[in-house]
Design a protein around this ligand. Sequence first.
Ligand SMILES: NC(=O)c1ccc[n+]([C@@H]2O[C@H](COP(=O)([O-])OP(=O)(O)OC[C@H]3O[C@@H](n4cnc5c(N)ncnc54)[C@H](OP(=O)(O)O)[C@@H]3O)[C@@H](O)[C@H]2O)c1
Length: 204
Amino acid sequence: MSERDGRAAESTAATNEADSNGAGALETDRELVGIVAVADNGVIGRDGDMPWHIPADLEHFKETTMDHPVIMGRVTYEGILEALGKPLPGRTTVVLTSRDLETPENAVAAAGLEPALEAAETAARDRHDDADRIFVAGGATVYGQFLPALDRLIVTEVHEEPAGDTTFPSWDRAAWNELARDERDGFAFVEYGRRARETGQQRR
Ligand SMILES: NC(=O)c1ccc[n+]([C@@H]2O[C@H](COP(=O)([O-])OP(=O)(O)OC[C@H]3O[C@@H](n4cnc5c(N)ncnc54)[C@H](OP(=O)(O)O)[C@@H]3O)[C@@H](O)[C@H]2O)c1
């Protein structure tokens, strides 16, 4: 992930995912979209970076997230700072951290899921022309916490099995519909939409 721009055991059900850490109760009227590049063996990262170089994926990430708030963990954020020397241009980065982090103008630190979502709401409204999507861009800890609340997953499926130290959390594929698949050479851009939650379990 840190390379992007310059450089996401099956649980039982979506509704159970939502119960597991409270993220299903996160409130936003905007679409909450996870975006991730994941290898066939589940690997998403190695040594703070991604274990592949796919320029078309970097461009895909940039185009998809441009002019939107993007929530990410502190480790992923620092990887981007290392690669770019600055946060993602044209977007507002909401950095999840327990630290007292100094951030430049287009980034903001948040100490938990709810403050992160609030910061993303404010950025969408005030800085991104009321953008209708908020992106969740990893890493593993952040995907894991937000997964129950996500409405959509934009996945670059990388047809490799690289060694790595970070993997996408297990997710219940039965709770998701494949909406689109664009197969390329060695990878595919895929979109998944969450199936309707059961009555009484809806997030909003
Ligand atoms: N392939 C992809 O699409 C993709 C996407 C993103 C990242 N990655 C890769 O994933 C790896 C990084 O992932 P990671 O899981 O190790 O780290 P991460 O999720 O990026 O960051 C973890 C940090 O986020 C903060 N955090 C997470 N949840 C929090 C919460 N609820 N409240 C407050 N702070 C919270 C904590 O920071 P503090 O320690 O500061 O409290 C925690 O140490 C890298 O290799 C990166 O390249 C890959």
